[in-house]
Write a protein that binds this ligand. Structure first.
Ligand SMILES: Nc1ncnc2c1ncn2[C@@H]1O[C@H](COP(=O)(O)OP(=O)(O)O)[C@@H](O)[C@H]1O
Ligand SMILES: [Mg+2]
Length: 259
């Protein structure tokens, strides 16, 4: 069977008004099967968010193709995208922030609220339906943004550094929670992260990008079953892979500094 999502030799460059061309992605290929969790790691400015804009169909590749079950899907979004910055609207309650994607796709607010209410316990937001964002902790805000993305029920979830701004403990708790949720519900996820242990804890496969213009410099397959818990951090597989990813990433960064 064709993978759910295929990125086939995609390139992306931007043309400035004066005609100057900035290549951001040189050549990226990746695959996501149904129920898989993959991560993309790479230096800052490598083009990771740009890759997500392509996967979210907000922009088109300059070369190559993004296909869904082997086909280009026009007009029917296949992914739900959680952007890098948590964009909760400060004047909307938890339930309405979480339901905004449903409302934008045509659901009535009443129905969106009902759907959100069913999911609040899973996202550890029980009793907080009418709270405003300023009343929430950072971890809760990220869970609202995740809920908003998951509830859209699209085949592919795109998470752009969802835990980057959180403290270590909150981040670890959310990683373990997300790991269980994704395994339980068989979610198909692409995660962008800077955090090597996070990528290893959560993923079936990790793609390491080079500096801009991005290419895939390494693909790491992981064997341990998911969901994984903290004991995974003590395994030989984790230690070996952590070292390998750090070596690849520091090599990317060094090459960037030398360029
Ligand atoms: N619309 C655009 N026009 C021109 N350059 C862009 C545009 N969007 C992104 N870039 C360039 O692409 C580079 C990579 O950006 P981004 O994908 O956000 O990197 P990352 O998420 O890996 O940090 C940035 O340095 C920026 O200069
Ligand atoms: Mg980014």
């Amino acid at each position: 069977m064709k993978p759910l999502l295929t990125v086939d030799h995609v390139a992306k460059s931007f043309t400035a008004p004066d005609g100057r061309i900035t290549p951001v992605i040189a050549d990226i290929s990746l695959e996501l099967a149904a129920g898989e969790f993959i991560s993309v790691v790479g230096p800052s400015g490598a083009g990771k968010s740009t890759l997500f804009h392509l996967l979210a169909e907000q922009t088109s590749p300059t070369a190559g193709a993004v296909t869904f079950h082997g086909e280009r899907r026009a007009g029917q979004p296949f992914s739900a995208y959680m952007p890098q910055k948590d964009l909760l609207l400060p004047w909307l309650s938890v339930q309405d922030n979480a339901g905004i994607g449903l409302e934008l796709s045509g659901m009535r607010r009443r129905d969106a609220r009902r759907r959100i209410a069913e999911l609040l316990p899973t996202f550890r937001l029980e009793g907080r339906a009418t709270a405003l964002p300023f009343e929430l902790s950072g971890g809760m805000r990220q869970r609202v943004a995740l809920l908003r993305t998951v509830v859209q029920n699209r085949p592919v979830l795109l998470l752009d550094e969802p835990f980057g701004a959180l403290d270590y403990l909150t981040r670890t708790e959310l990683q373990l929670w997300l790991s269980q949720l994704c395994a339980r519900d068989g979610l198909s996820v692409v995660l962008i992260t800077h955090d090597v242990p996070e990528a290893l804890l959560l993923s079936d496969r990790v793609y390491v990008l080079s500096n801009r213009p991005a290419t895939v410099r390494h693909v790491l397959e992981q064997q341990a079953p998911r969901p994984r818990d903290l004991s995974f951090l003590e395994t030989a597989e984790f230690r070996h892979n952590e070292r390998l990813l750090l070596d690849e990433l520091t090599a990317s960064t060094r090459e960037g500094l030398a360029a």
